[in-house]
Design a protein around this ligand. Structure first.
Ligand code: HEC
Length: 129
């Protein structure tokens, strides 16, 4: 009787311990969040440029290229992601590549270049965020 109780107690402690350990491990992977914060940072820089009507071609291109590089980190930052998620990450890379290649030289061009990019952002956020 006593032995059986101890076994049950041991199992319960083991299960609780595992749950806590798994939670701690999950929290310890800051990369998915970090990649998105970085993405948001560069997008925000571009927004500030548009707001201030200071859309210098070289600066905009630099931000778009940073976003492109950050987008290539998405598949590595979300290692458990399913194919539809990875497809969206691929669409984002393509949209950013097109935006960078269009080399927006002024604010209206930058706004137009960002439109398809923003669409992919919100498409993925609607489903996965
Ligand atoms: C393939 C899917 C996907 C795409 C595309 C995507 N995101 Fe995200 N984003 C996510 C997920 C998932 C989260 C929640 C992750 C987290 O916070 O841990 C997120 C969260 C965020 C956050 C919130 C971070 C915070 O502080 O909580 C920002 C900002 C962000 N994304 C910006 C962007 C921008 C800007 C783009 C487009 C240029 C973009 N994302 C494209 C999946 C995506």
């Amino acid at each position: 009787m006593r032995a059986a109780l101890l076994i049950v107690l041991g199992l319960a402690i083991g299960i609780i311990g595992t749950v806590f350990a798994m939670r701690a491990l999950n929290e310890r992977n800051p990369l998915p969040h970090a990649v998105m914060v970085t993405m948001g940072f560069h997008r925000h820089q571009l927004q500030q440029a548009i707001k201030g009507q200071r859309c210098e071609a070289a600066a905009s291109l630099g931000q778009l290229q940073h976003m492109q590089m950050t987008a290539s980190d998405i598949p590595f930052a979300f290692p458990d992601a399913q194919q539809p998620f990875l497809d969206l990450a691929g669409h984002l890379r393509t949209a950013l590549q097109n935006a960078a290649q269009s080399s927006p030289a002024d604010c209206p061009a930058l706004v137009a270049a960002l439109k398809p990019v923003d669409e992919v952002c919100s498409q993925c956020h609607k489903q996965y965020r």
